[in-house]
Design a protein around this ligand. Structure first.
Ligand SMILES: [Ca+2]
Length: 279
């Protein structure tokens, strides 16, 4: 139990440091609501329901039904990064491996001639299980395809980073780089909303919101910088399991350091008390 507490404190400390180091423009922890903890750009919830998160906490993630559920952040400004670096980090558990074209998030519009960026469960039969896309509206878009549907639909939560660095567009799953390209000079800013769990309308062929995601999403964080994945691997940390109770070497180091500091402080207090008692 104590080790769980220690790990949670360590995780929160590292998580907080990362959120300070990287310029976060929005953060949706989905703990009880879909509010933005950074700047108040709250998501409007359309049908999605609160659900249990990856740590077993009730009402701390959102379930999208794959039929008509989605969220919309109407103010597009915080998510317009021009040609600059940015990153979207979140957790997901996709639930329906039989349905193509399930949009996880989309900023912009569904017309191929309007700037946008998005990530969706794409063509499960065709082998592009997950597609990440960046475009300035001039086809062809920059695309990363990921093919391992069995990993996405293994019933577990997966951490995803979708980002553009100064050198490449990148897609990470569980902190492993699964695809990249260097087609980065695209201005992705547009007046379109940020949708989570569905795709923008694209009249006349798709006049309504469409391509609904079936599954769970949590902890959506958006940054106006790219993430150095070698230093943020704790983003992918899984909750401690009973077999994961033994501290790592680094954690033992921190525990020993904390003990030494405590012993030194206690010894100092005792010394002062002795001096006060026997001046
Ligand atoms: Ca949450």
């Amino acid at each position: 139990m104590k080790m769980n507490l220690f790990k949670n404190v360590l995780f929160l400390t590292l998580f907080s440091i990362n959120h300070i180091l990287y310029a976060q423009v929005a953060y949706y922890p989905f703990n009880g609501d879909a509010n933005d903890a950074v700047a108040g750009n709250n998501a409007v919830v359309n049908g999605a329901t609160l659900a249990t998160d990856r740590d077993g906490n009730l009402n701390s993630a959102y379930l999208f039904d794959g039929i008509d559920d989605y969220m919309e952040v109407v103010n597009p400004t915080p998510f317009n990064f021009g040609t600059g670096e940015f990153a979207v980090s979140f957790w997901m558990k996709p639930l329906d491996p039989s349905q193509n074209f399930q949009m996880i998030f989309q900023k912009g519009n569904s017309s191929g001639t309007i700037p946008q960026y998005w990530l969706r469960i794409n063509d499960l039969i065709g082998g592009t299980a997950l597609r990440a896309l960046w475009t300035d509206g001039f086809p062809p878009p920059a695309v990363i395809d990921y093919g391992n549907a069995s990993l996405l639909f293994d019933g577990e939560w997966h951490h995803v980073v979708f980002q553009r660095t100064s050198e490449s567009n990148e897609l990470y799953i569980d902190c492993i780089l699964v695809g990249s390209n260097d087609d980065i000079n695209r201005d992705i800013s547009s007046p379109g909303s940020l949708f989570i769990g569905a795709q923008h309308p694209n009249p006349p062929t798709s006049p309504g919101v469409n391509s609904f995601f079936n599954g769970l999403i949590d902890d959506v964080a958006i940054y106006d910088s790219s993430l150095d994945m070698s230093s943020v691997e704790e983003f992918c940390a899984t909750p401690p399991s009973p077999s994961d109770e033994v501290p790592t070497l680094g954690e033992w180091g921190l525990i020993v350091l904390a003990l030494l500091l405590t012993i030194t402080a206690v010894a100092g207090i005792r010394q002062r008390k002795v001096e006060e008692a026997y001046p």
